[in-house]
Design a protein around this ligand. Structure first.
Ligand code: PPS
Length: 568
């Protein structure tokens, strides 16, 4: 029997010989070093995952997609795929020019023949595509704070795929998956998109979905970029491999998708459908709040819980993929079995553990019951997320010069060393400026660089299980937030505002700097001739004017205990 849906789809790669030639000639072209997100997009453009796109969108396609989810020829496409670049780079480029697209090591992956170059209205893009111009949405934050100001569009000539060193055997292009389905004779395939580890409820629901659709199952997790704060893909893939044994042999397969998610809810669900169709699937499971970004800055959900399913249903026929409703599965204690939530026998005891509760149990080293997950999955999660009292963390003191940051940080360091268990590093303002930032002054730009360097070092220490104590002035809220984000990927960030008043700091004037600042002999001096933005919600605020140093350090210790960061 023929399998029409499994014929190969077009890729953008040229032949090996042409690729060799293009590589030689590319030396004369301007080069763009791709960001991690652009590498993900480029890979799926080149291997047909984003079929029918043939390159980065032109301005006309982009406008159509932003406004009504359609390319200029009318094809449904819900997500802008652009090459965003800096203004400096864009100033050197003109339409009609070829540019070499390189990975972060400088290896050439493709040529972009630029047809369009424009400055997008990002606020409009945020409103239309993500539903709100609110930086609480990770992609809106990315759009405004990480993406370049100018977009380039035009067709792409593929030279070679990005190199992956991890889980090579588990990564498949659309055509590789199509060939596999042809080979094993899978005519109906239901895809399960995920960015989380699978527990028993997921295993049950995917198994049921496959049965309902009379289809085989493709577990198709995203390993490119997911929501900030998610469990890293290395851990997740080990977890997926552990769960694979739980499915009946030869009904289910696992393949990794190098997609950069946008957490765009309904539009993202459609996009996922198109991508799965390109990978040879006939069905896709769409859940409650599919690809949801979490809460907006008013504390409300960005999208309604069933908006993604509704939009998907509306366009499923046009995409050519059927939607399988995700049924929330819950554990019924009396039956020792999972049931769809709407089929629970009356009066039965329903057990469930939310994502937040799971994180709490992992953080506190508490029991995770066998009915909830598989022992191998729990063991993997515990390896990556040891209890908080065994993880690294950062204490970040901020306050005026002379407020007592270093003194309290030193006292805290000694107390933590007395307790033992984890190495402690003090990144004091003065010391950092001597060893890491000796070339920097005190302009906003230089202060930001200085604080981000401290943040980077502290994040590495935190990642590797140590304790970093930082004590710079760090006068700007946005920079402190950026450091918090860097650290919180790996462990806790404890902001301590050393709230000594400017008057008191000036009265103490230990280094004689306030006097010089008042005389105008030191410029841009924090509090005198430069701003200090008071932290609004620090984990702890210390009053050093009426309290002794030892007691201040003790207050920090109590806070660390309360946060579960040190064992009582
Ligand atoms: S910042 O803003 O966080 O980068 O500052 P930081 O690296 O903590 O450096 C502050 C120390 O440098 C001395 N100093 C100044 N501080 C503020 N403003 C100006 N213009 C300035 N010039 C020199 C000062 O001694 C600070 O030390 P601390 O330990 O905070 O008293």
């Amino acid at each position: 029997m023929s399998l029409p849906n499994l014929a190969p789809i077009p890729e953008l790669y040229v032949s090996y010989e042409s690729a060799q030639k293009l590589k030689e000639e590319a030396g004369n072209l301007p080069s763009w070093d791709l960001t991690p997100r652009q590498i993900c997009d480029l890979e799926l453009l080149m291997n047909g995952g984003f079929n029918p796109l043939k390159g980065f969108m032109t301005e006309e396609d982009y406008n159509g997609v932003v406004e009504n989810m359609r390319l200029s020829d009318g094809t449904l496409w819900p997500m802008p795929i652009n090459l965003d670049v800096s203004e400096d780079f864009a100033a050197k480029i003109e339409p009609g020019q070829d540019i070499a697209l390189r990975d972060q090591e400088g290896v050439i992956l493709a040529i972009l023949s630029v047809t369009d170059l424009w400055t997008p209205d990002k606020a409009r893009e945020a409103e239309k595509v993500f539903g709100a111009n609110d930086i609480a949405h990770p992609s809106v934050n990315y759009l405004h704070n990480a993406a370049g100001k100018v977009y380039l569009g035009g067709p792409v000539t593929g030279i070679q795929p990005p190199v992956h060193y991890d889980f090579k055997a588990r990564r498949d292009t659309p055509n590789e998956l199509r060939a596999y389905f042809r080979k094993v004779g899978w005519r109906r395939v239901v895809a399960f998109q995920t960015r989380n580890p699978l527990h028993r409820a997921h295993q049950e629901l995917t198994f049921r979905a496959a049965k309902e659709a009379q289809a085989n199952l493709l577990i198709h997790p995203v390993v490119g970029m997911t929501k900030p704060g998610d469990i890293d893909h290395f851990t997740r893939v080990r977890c997926y491999e552990a769960v694979l044994d739980q499915y009946p042999a030869s009904t289910t397969t696992l393949s990794l998708l190098n997609l950069a998610m946008r957490m765009g809810g309904p539009r993202e669900a459609l996009w996922h459908g198109i991508i799965r169709k390109n990978h040879g699937c006939t069905h896709m499971i769409v859940g409650r709040d599919h690809a949801g970004p979490g809460k907006n800055s008013q504390g409300k959900d960005f999208y309604g819980p069933y908006e993604a399913q509704e939009l998907f249903k509306k366009h499923a026929a046009e995409i050519g993929i059927e939607m399988v409703d995700f049924k929330q599965m819950v554990y019924v204690q009396e039956k020792a079995q999972y049931f769809p939530v709407d089929e629970v026998p009356e009066g039965a005891t329903v057990l469930d553990i939310s994502g937040t509760e799971l994180r709490r149990r992992l953080a506190e080293g508490l029991e995770i019951p066998d009915w909830f997950s598989f022992p191998d999955v729990v063991a993997e999660l515990r390896r990556t997320r040891p209890a908080r009292s065994k993880q690294g963390f950062t204490v970040f003191f901020t306050g005026f010069s002379g407020s007592g940051k270093s003194t309290v940080a030193n006292a805290l360091m000694v107390k933590l060393m007395e307790m033992g268990g984890r190495p402690v590093t003090l990144l004091d303002g003065d010391v950092v400026r001597k060893h890491l930032s000796s070339e920097l002054g005190f302009s906003k730009e230089h202060r930001d660089i200085n604080i981000k360097r401290i943040g980077y070092v502290a994040s590495e220490i935190t990642k590797n299980g140590g304790i970093a104590l930082c004590a710079p002035i760090a006068p700007y809220t946005s920079t402190r937030r950026a450091v918090r984000e860097m650290i919180e990927q790996y462990g806790a960030f404890v902001e301590v505002h050393v709230a000594t008043s400017l008057e008191e700091c000036e009265r103490r004037d230990r280094k004689g700097l306030y006097k010089l600042a008042r005389e105008g002999k030191i410029k841009e001096f924090t509090g005198i001739s430069d701003p200090y933005e008071v932290p609004e919600n620090p984990e702890l605020r210390l009053d050093t004017e009426n309290v002794e140093v030892d007691n201040c350090a003790h207050q920090v210790i109590l806070k660390l205990e309360a946060m579960g960061l040190i064992a009582v």
